[in-house]
Structures are given as structure tokens and as C-alpha cells.
Design a protein around this ligand. Sequence first.
Ligand code: NAP
Length: 273
Amino acid sequence: MASWLPDTSTSLYGIIGHPVSHSLSPAMHNAAFRASGTNAIYLAFDVTYLKGAISGVKALGLKGLSVTIPHKEAIIPLLDEIDPVAGRIGAVNTVINKGERLAGANTDWIGATKALEETIELAGKKALVIGAGGSARAICVGLADKGVKVHIANRTPEKARRIAEICDATWSGLEGWEDIDASILINTTPVGMAPNDKELPVPANILPRFECVMDIVYSPLETALLREAAKAGCRTINGLRMLLLQAVAQFELWTWQPAPVAAMEKALRGTRT
Ligand code: NAP
């Protein structure tokens, strides 16, 4: 690849969060800019003073941002417009600088539903979503918009109820597995994440009933849940696919050009060697 250096017309993008040192987004987006020949660079900003950071985006003319924990909700009142789906989710993970206006969007739901659609048809299906945190919220709204009937099961049932209200889902605590009718299972909890990589978010004996199992945990890549699901004959999707496809959607919102998906995937996998 020809060498590339920033110059006075280089566009600046970045991720804001706290902490951000673990983020895999700079690797993916810089690879995308280089592969597409875009004169742009993407940096990580560890931000605690959010209001100041957003003023800085406008003042310095950053073209776009990824937004991660803990700023996804707090950023909403600081932006000039919010995409309706991000508004329903109540979280923004993408900012697009439209010149005079900063627009907020959410691509987590796009990444999750596209990852599923690569493997199965969604419309008319039933899904069991385990967990009711930030990512579950985006995934449940995305699934409902694709015509999936969702049941949310969470350790704290009240949080499942709150998500159910925005996407016409049913909800429960972590029990009554035998009564839940679904062909898709999605784990959105950190259960199974290293170093607790032997843990399962659901009992293994319920897995054979699912056509497809997706785990959004990506460390390890093959979680105990996905290993057991494969043994039970389910089709499986690992957490890297959602991570990649939400970044692909960000690149396309920022640049209006098709994302170089293979280069982004190669960079993402390279972060894990
Ligand atoms: P979050 O907002 O903190 O929500 C975590 C959810 O998991 C909560 O509902 C929590 O239950 C539940 N939970 C936590 N520990 C549990 C346990 N031991 N047993 C049962 N339930 C438990 O987190 P998040 O931002 O949604 O992220 C969740 C996971 O997804 C993390 O591992 C993160 O790395 C991963 N993730 C992956 C992607 C991707 O693109 N692949 C994107 C975002 C996040 P309570 O409500 O009872 O506390």
C-alpha cells in the first residue's frame, strides 16, 4: 500500500468514551479510510467533559464521531438532530457533522440485525434476548422493526420491562425457559466473557430448540454458549460480526460510499492476534 500522511485537507474522525484505550474502532476505521483512498484519520479521545468535547467537534470541524460508554445517552441533548430510531433506543453511537448541525444516529441495531440477516430470515420469527442493558435496547428495537416478536429475559426483570415497553415485547426474569417459544437466541449479557469463559447465560439443555444463536460477547470469539449451540445443531454468529457491521454502517453514514468491508474485517481480526 502506498504510504499516506495527513495534510491540511485531511478529515478528522474519532471515538469518544471513557475509557477508550480498549477500542477496536480506530483499527477498523483507519483501515477503511486507507482502503477506500479517503484522506481522513480516526483517533481515540478519552472524554470526561462531554459538553466541552462536543463544542470542540464543532469548533475544530471533526467530520464524525463514534460514541461509546458512558456517553451514548448523555450526548443526546447536546446534538442538533437525532435519527428517529436512535431516539426510540435512547442512545447514540454515531455523530455525523452536517456542517452547521451535528446529527446523532445509532448503528448498533443495524450491526446486530445485519449480522442475523446474513444467516437467517428475520420477518415473522420469534427471538429470546438475554439481558436488558444498552446493547439489548438497540437490538430489541431493531428486531421489532424487522418484524420479529421479542421476549426479553433479564436478571433485573424491571429493566426488561422498560425495554419491552418501547418495542412491544414480552419480558421476564431469568426463569421459565421451557415456556419461551423462540427460534432465535441472542445473549447481550457479559456472561461468558473472558476470564469467565466457561459460563453460560442459559441452561445448555434449552439450546436444541433454536435455529440460530448469536452471542454479542467477542472475547473469546467462540464463547461457551456458541460452542454448546453448535453442538446442539444451531447456526451460530459471534460478537465480532455485529461489531464489524455497526462500524460499516458508520463509515457509510459519514462518507456516503460503500465501506471496504474486507479491509475492515481484516483490521478487526488483526487486533485479536
Ligand atoms: P450493560 O448495559 O451493562 O448491560 C449488561 C446486561 O447484562 C444487564 O442487563 C445485566 O443485568 C446483564 N448481566 C450482567 N452480568 C450478568 C450476570 N452475571 N448474569 C446475568 N445477567 C447479567 O452492557 P452492554 O453495553 O449492553 O454490553 C453487554 C455485553 O455486550 C458486553 O460484554 C459488551 O462487551 C458486549 N457488547 C458487544 C457489542 C458488539 O458489537 N459485539 C456491542 C456492545 C456491547 P442487570 O440488568 O440485572 O444488571
